[in-house]
Design a binder for this molecule. Structure first.
Ligand SMILES: [Zn+2]
Length: 256
């Protein structure tokens, strides 16, 4: 507050005060680039230039307002944990996204107590969207249950010893999820495939090995700068399905 008294002449003092106080927690200098793909956000809405950003859920909360440089944006989409950027800003044209390039920006967020308060607000304000998310989650759940029970009959997916609890996210091969690696093969050289490909930390799960998550056997085929320790990124073909997966903690087993 005290730092800002000199700039009151230029802007509405009330606004400036709130603005500065709100984003008091410095995250660090992060890699930020831009995208222009008009894919629906986590909330099932069209992205809005100047507001929508995609960010890694291991760093930020969905729906959280963050300050990049001197502008405030809202996290409305998931960025793959293995993307080299930390944040991607939505632009309404490809030219604008190219012009944005790759920047290193100072990023700020609200203080932990203010984030908790904002989360409460957004849960009460967006009941509808969370219900929709639930529906989607239920849909995909019943889908994967079918798969699992189907495969049970041929008695594959027998899990071996527990590898422990992992933080699990999902990604697809689009520019929002995969940044500069969009459309490309995995780091092991094969093209990613839904129901098979996961990205891992090779020092935890070696490339080429098979693990079981929720009864489905996956192959460790991809890596990424954000995937370290007990973290796994599951590949999906469909962007919306990857988005709705969110961040989960699950026990992972070695495949037998
Ligand atoms: Zn995607």
């Amino acid at each position: 507050m005290y730092i800002l008294t000199f700039s009151f002449a230029a802007v509405s003092p009330g606004m400036y005060e709130v603005y500065a106080d709100e984003y008091s927690s410095y995250v660090g200098k992060l890699n930020v680039s831009a995208y222009s793909d008009n894919l629906k956000t986590f909330y099932g809405e069209k992205p809005v230039a100047g507001r929508t950003v995609s960010a890694k859920l291991s760093m930020f909360d969905m729906g959280e307002n963050i300050k990049i440089g001197d502008k405030v944006y809202r996290v409305e989409s998931t960025l793959a944990e293995n993307a080299s950027e930390n944040i991607m800003v939505y632009c309404d044209s490809k030219d604008a996204a190219i012009k944005y390039g790759l920047k290193t920006e100072k990023v700020y967020r609200k203080s932990p107590s203010e984030r908790t308060a904002a989360k409460k607000d957004s849960t009460s304000n967006s009941k509808k969207s969370s219900q929709e998310t639930k529906k989607t989650a239920q849909k995909s759940k019943s889908g994967s249950e079918k798969e699992t029970s189907g495969s049970k009959s041929v008695s594959t997916h027998i899990s071996g010893k527990s590898l422990g609890k992992f933080q699990i996210t999902a990604y697809c091969n689009c520019p929002i999820c995969s940044g500069q690696f969009a459309g490309k093969a995995t780091s092991s050289g094969v093209m990613p495939k839904e129901g098979r490909t996961i990205a891992v930390d090779p020092s935890v799960i070696s490339i080429g090995s098979k693990v079981v998550i929720d009864g489905v056997t996956y192959t460790a085929e991809d890596t990424g700068s954000g995937i370290y320790g007990n973290r796994i990124d599951i590949y999906f073909t469909d962007h919306a399905q990857a988005q709705s997966y969110g961040l989960k903690t699950k026990e992972v087993f070695a495949a037998q």
